[in-house]
Ligand binder design. Structure first.
Ligand SMILES: C[S@@+](CC[C@H](N)C(=O)[O-])C[C@H]1O[C@@H](n2cnc3c(N)ncnc32)[C@H](O)[C@@H]1O
Length: 247
């Protein structure tokens, strides 16, 4: 009989990773986030970083937490590390995430979290004064083609003058496997830091999705035609916090 291999089952692999990490006490090495890029590149990162306590958040994250005000929407809250830090300061924050497992873990940690996405938010969450796109979640802009709609959808939930606080990472680097992938993107008319990837956990995989690494100049260009205005940027090596305001 001929031997056949199986493809992973499509499901909430990211949520499963957070659940495993939380069930194991979120101790270092408790669970690994496995990601697969569409050129076969596999990477593993300690999932405990999604559980960073408030006083150990990076300088850029702490700055974002300090700037957030009014009704705050933590877009792609994950296990809710930023939302928890805000709640501890008495701020009004709601976590939003399309991963049922992530929402479950965030709620178990005491975060007010709702299932939904930028494109499909739950009813009645606006108007929002501050959007958080932290943990590199400027990546949710996806790429040149999708970004205008993502920025418009966020603006449609916002109060006039709302803030958007997002962290991102400049994809420039010297690793040859990454630079080859970026060259392949350019050749296909994609932004160099556009990554088509999926998360794996056991026999589960998420659907393939685009996540965007972009430098501040590329971000400024994407923001240009949108309702958002560039306010300021805080840089720390290749990482940065962009502060945008609804025009
Ligand atoms: C890199 S993780 C960051 C999690 C969290 N912000 C943190 O820093 O700990 C990305 C998160 O965004 C969520 N996400 C993915 N697509 C989304 C969308 N369209 N709208 C809102 N959240 C999304 C994922 O489920 C995941 O929890």
């Amino acid at each position: 009989m001929e031997y056949t291999t199986s493809e992973p089952r499509i499901g909430d692999a990211f949520g499963r990773t957070l659940q495993r990490c939380w069930a194991a006490g979120a101790a270092p090495g408790a669970a690994w986030e496995i990601t697969e890029r569409d050129d076969g590149y596999i990477s593993a990162a300690d999932a405990t970083r999604y559980f960073t306590p408030a006083d150990e958040l990076s300088e850029l994250d702490q700055r974002a937490v300090a700037l957030a005000q009014g009704r705050i929407l933590d877009v792609g809250t994950g296990a809710g590390r930023h939302a928890l830090a805000l709640q501890q300061q008495g701020k009004d924050v709601l976590g939003l995430d399309p991963s049922p497992g992530a929402v479950e873990v965030a709620r178990q940690r005491g975060v007010a979290a709702e299932l939904g996405s930028i494109a499909h938010p739950p009813e009645g969450i606006g108007p929002v004064d501050t959007f958080l796109l932290l943990g590199n979640n400027l990546g949710l802009l996806q790429g040149e083609r999708a970004a205008p709609e993502v920025l418009r959808q966020l603006a449609s939930l916002a109060r006039p003058g709302a803030l958007l606080l997002g962290t991102g990472m400049d994809p420039a680097g010297s690793d040859t496997e990454h630079t080859a992938y970026q060259d392949r993107n350019r050749a296909r008319g994609r932004m160099p830091g556009q990554i088509r990837m999926r998360v794996r956990a056991g026999t589960l995989a998420t659907e393939w999705f685009d996540y965007l690494l972009l430098d501040p100049h590329e971000l400024e260009r994407l923001i240009g035609p949108s309702p958002w205005r560039w306010e300021t940027i805080h840089e720390q090596g290749p990482k940065y916090l962009a502060v945008l305001r609804l025009g």
